[in-house]
Design a binder for this molecule. Structure first.
Ligand SMILES: [Fe+2]
Ligand SMILES: [Fe+2]
Length: 251
């Protein structure tokens, strides 16, 4: 990573943490932030599970076990965010219904992520599927995201007050999530080191750090073009199928 990229990274994570922290503290924006996290965390579970199965099929038991644990952690993270939304009497929108209700021909902005388009620039959708993805690409790209997430979740937890029950509960949840993300970053780096010499690991990590910086810039540019309007991901009410398990996850 060159020095300019490094400075941009610091500025980018500072800005991201500021936006994340102020949006989670503000009762008006908090539900949407929580919904975004719930979708991201729960959405990663089938991908990680499929990767775990693939690692097992390829005879890498160490990696298969790490990935299975990773999948179950992310499932728990999704439940923590769902639970936090439930406490605010909100839930993630029903994407099927939203798609039926929207006018024909209008692309659904909620599903397109300028961040991920830029982060994986040059990789086809097909090459990023769990059965195809290059192991080193998966490990390095995910390592950067997990490492940054662990720090961002702590920053967000730190701005939440402890004297209000919903905030205090979310704060506890965020800190436990941050702890898991640190563990994910650690095993991914270890996984890279099991496959590549140290110099090559450093090169890969640098390359994905640079991609993250560029992707953040792409995301910020896109947000500014939409004049700061973030599409809504939540609706009122508590899902009926919400399990007791999720209640326990944050207890
Ligand atoms: Fe997570
Ligand atoms: Fe994670």
């Amino acid at each position: 990573m060159n020095f300019f990229t490094y400075l941009l990274h610091l500025a980018g994570s500072g800005a991201g943490a500021y936006i994340g922290a102020s949006q989670i503290r503000d009762p008006l924006t908090r539900p949407n932030v929580l919904a975004g996290f719930q979708l991201a965390e729960s959405g990663s579970v089938p991908f990680l599970q499929a990767l775990s199965d693939r690692a097992a099929a390829e005879g890498d038991t160490w990696l298969a076990e790490k990935l299975a644990r990773h999948a179950s952690d992310e499932k728990r993270h999704g439940q923590i965010f769902a639970q936090a939304l439930k406490r605010l009497n909100k839930q993630v929108i029903d994407f099927k219904k939203a798609a039926e209700a929207k006018p024909e021909g209008k692309p659904d902005e909620r599903r397109r992520s300028p961040f991920f388009e830029a982060y994986f620039e040059g990789y086809s959708q097909e090459s990023l599927k769990p059965q195809n993805i290059d192991w080193v690409v998966f490990m390095a790209s995910t390592y950067i995201l997990e490492l940054d997430a662990s720090k961002d979740f702590v920053r967000m937890a730190n701005v939440l007050p402890e004297d209000e029950p919903n905030s205090a509960s979310l704060k506890k949840g965020l800190l436990s999530i941050a702890h898991d993300e640190t563990g994910h970053a650690a095993y991914l780096l270890e996984a890279l080191k099991r496959r590549l010499p140290d110099a090559a690991v450093e090169e890969m990590v640098d390359a994905w750090r640079t991609r993250k910086v560029n992707a953040l810039l792409a995301m910020v540019t896109n947000l500014m073009q939409k004049s700061g309007q973030i599409p809504s991901l939540v609706q009122d009410g508590v899902p009926t199928e919400m399990s007791e398990e999720a209640e326990l996850a944050v207890a």
